[in-house]
Design a protein around this ligand. Structure first.
Ligand code: CA
Ligand code: CA
Length: 300
């Protein structure tokens, strides 16, 4: 039986002194039941930001203590399944997000789901494309709000973080103290309104330490691509960091000569935006997984 962590086990900052919600063994599976980014406080168009408790915003479920995981390890987290709730919420907030200058009226948008789709304004159907906005581990020192992304992961809002993806984090504390939340039923790259289709969810994860010393983290693998993820105050710095992280991976871990690595990144790599609306912006550098495979490198 899988271990279940319910939405009564929430936290709002990744930090070394978090009390574990549960402990699992290496390679064990855990089901995290998450609340939407509003902490479930926005349920009707009449619910406005003025009425919510900001201490309950952007909750993550956990943290999960992964036994036998030590500082300096790389923790691989596989997303095995992701089930979203029966509806989601969005907020139009004047002045916020990439287009906040256009928004003059605050609004709470309630979007019902059916089995396949998100129902938008009784007008169009949007295919569900669930992804996990917040996932990460405790940093070695300091406290990072679950609203902020960084080297520990956190609020990366990367649309590749979905079923079939594996994430790689540098472990900062014994047990890693992993958690997740802020699931979106759909979100476009950029997350320009400052939110996706914010929904409660169940995230099924498997976690284990892997021997990938020196991997620049956070790092991600899907069936098709490897991606470095980097967050910084500006999008320029985030893009630069993501590109350098991928180059470092190709040169140091795969063993590709520097000019070849950079040429390959220029030929078949895609530098993409994760989000531009959080306190730090996030970019990723995607490379087809057949590049390291052809060099004989196997990603654990
Ligand atoms: Ca987010
Ligand atoms: Ca969100």
């Amino acid at each position: 039986l899988d271990v279940i962590v319910g939405p009564d086990k929430l936290f709002y900052a990744f930090h070394p002194d978090l009390e574990p919600a549960v402990a699992i063994g290496q390679g064990d599976v855990v089901r995290l039941r998450t609340l939407d980014a509003g902490g479930g406080q926005l349920r009707s168009p009449d619910d406005s930001l003025e009425g919510i408790d900001w201490n309950q915003v952007n909750p993550a479920t956990g943290p999960v203590y992964v036994q036998g995981t030590r500082p300096g390890d790389i923790l691989r987290v596989d997303i095995l399944d992701l089930t979203v709730g029966d509806g989601s919420v969005m907020m139009a907030i004047p002045g916020e997000g990439a287009l906040g200058d256009l928004l003059t009226a605050q609004e709470t948008l309630i979007l019902p789901h059916d089995d396949q789709d998100i129902l938008f304004r009784d007008r169009i159907r949007i295919p569900k494309r669930p992804m996990v906005g917040v996932i990460g581990v405790a940093p070695a020192t300091g406290s990072v709000s679950t609203g902020i992304p960084g080297p520990h992961g956190g609020n990366m809002d990367c649309s590749l973080v979905t079923v079939g993806a594996s994430l790689y984090f540098s472990v900062g504390v014994p047990g890693a103290l992993m958690g997740a939340g802020d699931v979106h039923a759909a979100m476009g790259d950029g997350e320009v309104m400052i939110c996706g289709a914010e929904t409660a969810a169940e995230v099924v994860l498997r976690a284990q330490a892997v021997s990938l010393k020196g991997l620049p983290t956070p790092f991600l693998r899907t069936s098709h691509v490897l991606a470095s993820i980097f967050s910084a105050p500006t999008l320029d710095e985030a893009a630069d960091g993501a590109a350098h992280a991928m180059a470092e991976f190709l040169i140091r871990m795969v063993g590709i000569p520097v000019n070849d690595a950079v040429a390959l990144m220029s030929l078949v790599g895609d530098l993409r935006i994760c989000q531009v609306v959080d306190p730090l912006k996030t970019a990723r550098f995607e490379l087809p997984s057949w590049v390291p495979t052809q060099y004989g490198f196997t990603m654990l």
